[in-house]
Design a protein around this ligand. Structure first.
Ligand code: NAP
Length: 293
């Protein structure tokens, strides 16, 4: 194995420690304790794990975390009523609706109901619009985690060719925007990439990926990015989380890719922990804004 392993777990833990220090400073200055309300509908086991991990991370950082559970049969009206209550609650600075919602819920309408000032996932049309215009209120958690990872691992981004595979609203599209941005939370060297956004209709995917200095895989297909598709020495960021039997695997064939790439994130322990850290960061930012508004 030749590639350097980019330890997302370690970097996330550093970021969470910085957030804990900032939360303590906010409280000491007389500010509010940041509060995150998580909404969990139904009993999807993976969602239960994700929400538990987010809550645990909040508690460790000094962020107040409250879980609101609804039955899968509750219906849109009850869920929208809960979101209205959370929108109006001044002790709640961030609202997280854990996805996917069970069948029958209008996911888009539910997400749109979250107050954009508390939309710490950055899913609302207003926050997406601000991001596209280069003046974000909140940065989307997973793409921002990737930027932090690249920056803190000193991987050069500015001027490089980044290929993002996958164009979802949650990962691929905002990832492309952050990589191509003029500036950001980590400065101009951690963005300003030349970006190609690939998807299921892209022709010659292997050729496109092979031209990348940085590959971000966000597809949801186990191990589809193979070693032979990579430029030697490139950086590979594997966002994918796929359950195969009892194991979690990424969208990249790790063993093959690690023989070719210069640096690579593992799954698990790569991007996942950073997504949670950036959610905490957005909740803290929201609490700070509430003080100043
Ligand atoms: P998604 O909404 O299903 O989007 C998948 C994207 O991949 C789509 O744009 C799709 O193209 C594209 N795609 C599918 N098959 C392809 C192929 N053969 N070649 C090229 N592109 C292809 O998924 P997502 O929400 O972005 O999530 C992607 C993965 O990341 C999943 O494994 C998910 O679990 C994981 N994830 C991880 C984190 C984390 O914190 N690490 C956070 C979120 C998601 P079309 O648009 O053409 O259909």
């Amino acid at each position: 194995m030749t590639a350097r392993i980019l330890d997302g777990k370690q970097i996330a833990s550093e970021i969470r420690a910085e957030i804990a220090r900032d939360v303590a400073a906010l409280l000491e200055a007389g500010g509010p304790r940041p509060g995150l309300a998580a909404v969990l509908v139904g009993d999807n086991p993976a969602s239960e794990v994700y929400v538990r991990n987010k809550q645990r991370a909040c508690e460790r950082a000094g962020i107040d975390s409250r879980l609101h559970r609804l039955d899968a049969a509750a219906g849109d009206a009850r869920l929208l009523e809960l979101i209205e209550q959370l929108n109006a609650d001044p002790t709640v600075h961030g609202i997280l609706v854990q996805l996917p919602l069970p069948r029958g819920f209008e996911e888009r309408a539910v997400l749109d109901a979250v107050d954009p000032l508390k939309d710490v996932d950055a899913f609302s049309p207003e926050n997406v619009g601000l991001l596209v215009q280069g003046r974000p209120r909140f940065l989307p958690c997973t793409p921002h985690g990737v930027i932090q990872l690249l920056h803190r691992c000193q991987i050069p981004v500015a001027g490089r060719h980044a290929v993002v595979v996958g164009r979802s609203e949650i990962v691929g599209k905002p990832m492309a925007l952050l990589l191509a941005a003029r500036d950001g939370t980590c400065g101009p060297e951690a963005c300003n990439a030349t970006v190609t956004l690939a998807h299921s209709r892209s022709e010659n995917l292997a050729e496109i990926v092979r031209s990348a200095d940085i590959v971000v895989a966000a597809v949801g297909r186990p191990q589809m990015i193979r070693g032979e598709m990579l430029k030697p020495g490139c950086t590979v960021i594997d966002v994918g989380i796929n359950r195969v039997g009892d194991a979690l695997v990424g969208d990249v064939h790790f063993e093959e890719a690690a023989q070719v790439a210069g640096a690579i994130t593992p799954v698990p322990g790569g991007v996942g922990p950073l997504t949670i850290a950036m959610l905490l960061s957005n909740t803290l930012a929201s609490a700070r804004k509430a003080v100043n508004s």
